[in-house]
Ligand binder design. Sequence first.
Ligand code: NAD
Length: 402
Amino acid sequence: MLVNVIGMGYIGLPTALMMASHGVNVIGTDYNKKLIEQLQTTGKVFEEKGLSELFDEARRKGIRFSDQYQKADIYIVSVPTPYLKKSRKIDPKYVIAACKSVLEICADGAILVVESTISPGTIDHCVRPLIGERRVHLAHAPERIIPGNMLQELIHNSRTIGADDPETAETVKDLYASFCKGEIVLTNIRTAEMSKVVENTFRDINIAFANELTKICHEAGMDVYEVIRIANRHPRVNILNPGPGVGGHCISVDPWFLVGDFPNLTPLIHAARNVNDSMPEYVYKRIREIMTEKDIEDFSRVGLYGLTYKEDVDDTRESPTLQLLDILRHKHADKMPLVYDPFIKTDMVQNQVHNLSDFLSNTDLVVIMVGHSELKNQPELLNGKAVLDTRNVIFTEDVYRL
Ligand SMILES: NC(=O)c1ccc[n+]([C@@H]2O[C@H](COP(=O)([O-])OP(=O)(O)OC[C@H]3O[C@@H](n4cnc5c(N)ncnc54)[C@H](O)[C@@H]3O)[C@@H](O)[C@H]2O)c1
């Protein structure tokens, strides 16, 4: 049996490597030729704990990479699924293009698994019509892993497989069971689509609640972290951590699919998205307050620590820091802050520095936008500086919080 994984990104690559290292015959395909060349040579494409060891193991077990789609028994499509900014609906163009390419090459009897996160009904509306009368079996196997702990979670998370018929469901389940020790729940395709989007929407709403509490507590002169710590002693309360905004390609995107498809039924989901999207602006206001208090004249003496959307990863998509920089560009284009992130080695934004001591020696106010271990484990480096810690990772008393 040959498996062709389509899309060698943050999700497709670890999945392909994991299958191959567990004895599955896998070819990873991506239309990005440069990426495929990298995979065929160095293998290093993004930072993730344990990924390079897994890569070596998968190579020993025979994984191959190609920019061409292969004649295979099972296809796993793991391509991006952004949303359309105007309608807020899913933009299915990458999924449609990948499925069309699969259908050009696959034999009858093949199984086409969409692993990308998709809004409920996407397979019925966008993929099934491409298949027409052909005997190609469809399934949806959404992914739940978290960057930073992907490989552990690939093995231990429970997962969902939606399929049209029990035989397809069982074949896909056997494939994932080659490495997944968690429970594998079988259902229909629409329920699988919906449950994945619902999981991320649940997270978004709960983060929005914590962020709203932060604003209330700041206004009322209270410590939100103490309030949350005490409230969470209630056996049925579990308030999440506030933060500078929600980034990444999942939680800040997937709830929009529901808002786009059900605009009259989603006031709560929509409001939560707006609360989370308002956080970079709120961080901007907090910085201004602290600058006034500390007599810091302009943003050129402010440093933003962290460009990624979460700690200890190199993924910057939709990151709160990028959103904050957009706000600053509109308001203070001539006096932009310094920016530093240990995981981003190339120049991505204006005034980016690549050395922590240069960054610290040229800033009077450090804004911790990401709680990378580098700084978390060396809080003494911040001695003598004004610090706004948006992630609650530095526990000295004089640190400003959200
Ligand atoms: N990144 C995450 O943490 C995460 C977690 C769970 C689910 N997901 C979902 O997984 C899916 C993939 O996300 P990702 O983060 O891996 O994306 P990504 O951008 O890292 O990777 C996608 C890859 O697909 C390739 N590609 C796009 N269209 C193609 C085509 N037609 N043929 C061949 N290759 C093609 C791109 O070149 C890219 O390398 C998305 O639906 C996302 O929502 C992501």
